[in-house]
Design a binder for this molecule. Sequence first.
Ligand SMILES: C[S@@+](CC[C@H](N)C(=O)[O-])C[C@H]1O[C@@H](n2cnc3c(N)ncnc32)[C@H](O)[C@@H]1O
Length: 348
Amino acid sequence: MSRLLKLIGRPIINCLNKPAVRHKYLPKIQELIQYSRKEAMLSACLEYVHWAEVKGDYLEFGMWKGGSMIAAYHLSKRFESLSDMKFYGFDSFQGIPPLNVNKSEAQAFPPGIFSASLLEVRKNLVHADVDMSRVELISGWYSDTLNHETEEELGLRAAAIVNVDCDVYESTVSVLTFVEPYLVDGSIIIFDDWYCFANREELGEQKAFNEWLERNPRLKATPYKEFGWDGKAFIINRLSTEESDSKDIVMTRTIDGKINFWNYGAERLYGWRKEEALGKVSHNLLRTEFPEPLEKIDAALLQNGKWEGKLVHAARDGSRIVVESRWVLDDPKAHSGKVVEINTPLNE
Ligand SMILES: C[S@@+](CC[C@H](N)C(=O)[O-])C[C@H]1O[C@@H](n2cnc3c(N)ncnc32)[C@H](O)[C@@H]1O
């Protein structure tokens, strides 16, 4: 018997070891017996929210046929603490939308790619033994569904895991703006396509995430895990006022300058207390000297969603303070919206 095994075993091993066979079929065999990159990631994230006691639900943006939600649901069942976790899936169920902002994204993700109907996805979930009483599927373009009415309708609680798998910049902008109020200290955000544009910061999920962090200086993102060739997850912490103040001087205001948020750092630098600053027009309060006419700066802000430059401010005691100023429109699409202004004093 052992002679027979030797006789046929060696040629089989030799054949499997041929590069053409090994590199073509080994990954396929591995796929069958190991978790896929998405499953491995979801497994780690669910384990993390269990042990780190991060309470909240699973929100997925980009369902396609439902594969990752099915995995998340079953993997969560290993942990008693996650037994009341709900699973929210947001998708057009018509694939990727036509893209307006960037040509290379539009080429990589043509409209309609990854399309699966709501009915098909429901069927897939049911077929995979997912308890549908714990699932909500929200159908429509994010520009139409990620809004206050949906929040009210769903009565969303906290988000422990946010799985961003909608590939492109514009969709990710809508998602991040929508989820921000639901993130708790320690929530995870998974980006399935972090590296898919050759790690270019000016495209895709990276661009949307970096801009969002700039607009939300109270949030800190710590890289958690990378997965596959293109995915990356972050843990989000909400900084206390003191922690965020130690870094930046932050105010938020309307486009025409009325202050509606003023942090301790701003109190310390300019000498105006929060109660005194709120409601005032920042450029009057700080007697701002601009490097070019304000109308020009506002036009650039509206067009690009941000502006950066050197400003001269006057503190309460009249002293002049030169700052490097970064202005970001809270929602680049809402041109009447809030401006986040972050000022870093320059020692001149
Ligand atoms: C790569 S697929 C998701 C794959 C899925 N998570 C899986 O693991 O099988 C991307 C999904 O994002 C959805 N999507 C992208 N942008 C969207 C938008 N603006 N509104 C609604 N759905 C969007 C598409 O419909 C598509 O189903």
